[in-house]
Design a protein around this ligand. Structure first.
Ligand SMILES: NC(=O)C1=CN([C@@H]2O[C@H](COP(=O)(O)OP(=O)(O)OC[C@H]3O[C@@H](n4cnc5c(N)ncnc54)[C@H](OP(=O)(O)O)[C@@H]3O)[C@@H](O)[C@H]2O)C=CC1
Ligand SMILES: O=C(O)C1=N[C@H](C(=O)O)C[C@H](O)C1
Length: 250
């Protein structure tokens, strides 16, 4: 069996160190490079890397992806902080390297991906919906990439179904009290010592509340999704946004 030559960028971080272990333990992969801040990315090309996993920081990921795509290395990206503009930039870079694939996964947790899918399905049936994400206090971005993606999927589904804007009579408020407005869906971010990564999607209608909740209890829980991404990205040129594309859900 030929093995995939895999590198981890951000290898000393909380997620990166788990990814190093997961790749080492995978029979169909070889860990050929593990780099962190201030290391030279040339280590990846020197080692003949086929797929690189980026688990760094929103400020670092665009430069890393630029290097990967220029060198024809497939990318599996868990780093957050994505905007439409950033995604467009990655698409444009990939157009110049048509055999290269990049997966950007707002969340590698299988249950988190399913939460997003179920939220999208439920979106048109309820008058009100709000997203609450809860994370450890070392997180750089708020709201989380997962919460933003969840809200966008909900908003798209409601728009497609012709749903009216949701009711909200708030006329006086303190800044931030109603959360961030993501395409009309309020998103609230909690930062609390002791948490890892958690999300609730609250749907409401007359006399009925429907709640979806997902809890990541440790970072090892993301690794089956990371490895799935590595295995599938090599045959998925261009940009794939969301691990659901590799989960055969349809
Ligand atoms: N998609 C998903 O399922 C998940 C995504 N994440 C995301 O992954 C990212 C990493 O999270 P986490 O592991 O918790 O964060 P950490 O801060 O623990 O790890 C990030 C690591 O990347 C290093 N780093 C920073 N800049 C660079 C660079 N330019 N090149 C190489 N390494 C660099 C950091 O070094 P230093 O400490 O010196 O800054 C650190 O070692 C975040 O964006 C987070 O939101 C997290 C969990 C799940
Ligand atoms: O920073 C984290 O920890 C996480 N980041 C991702 C996000 O922003 O959605 C995924 C998960 O929530 C953990």
């Amino acid at each position: 069996m030929s093995t995939l030559r895999v590198a981890v960028i951000g290898a000393k971080g909380k997620m990166g160190s788990e990814a190093v272990k997961a790749v080492r333990n995978a029979d169909d992969m070889d860990l050929v490079a593990a780099v962190d801040r201030d290391d030279d990315l040339a280590a990846l090309t020197d080692a003949g890397t086929q797929v690189a996993i980026d688990l760094t920081h929103p400020d670092a990921v665009m430069g890393n992806l630029d290097f990967l795509v220029r060198n024809g290395i497939h990318g599996v990206v868990g780093t957050t902080g994505w905007t439409d503009e950033r995604l467009e930039t990655v698409r444009a870079r990939l157009a110049e390297s048509p055999d290269t694939g990049v997966l950007i996964a707002p969340n590698f947790g299988i249950g988190a991906v399913l939460t997003m899918r179920f939220a999208e399905q439920a979106a048109r049936f309820f008058e009100s919906v709000e997203v609450v994400e809860l994370h450890h206090p070392n997180k750089a971005d708020a709201p989380s990439g997962t919460a933003v993606r969840t809200a966008q999927l909900i908003a798209d589904a409601r728009r497609e179904a012709g749903c009216a804007p949701q009711p909200d009579a708030t006329s006086t408020t303190l800044e931030g009290a109603r959360g961030a407005d993501v395409d009309g869906v309020p998103v609230h971010a909690v930062r609390l010592r002791g948490l890892v990564a958690h999300q609730e999607v609250l749907f409401g209608d007359e006399g009925e509340i429907f709640t979806l909740r997902h809890d990541s209890m440790n970072r090892g829980s993301f690794m089956p999704g990371v490895l799935l991404g590595v295995r599938r990205v090599v045959s998925a040129p261009g940009l794939t946004y969301g691990l659901d594309a590799f989960m055969d859900l349809d």
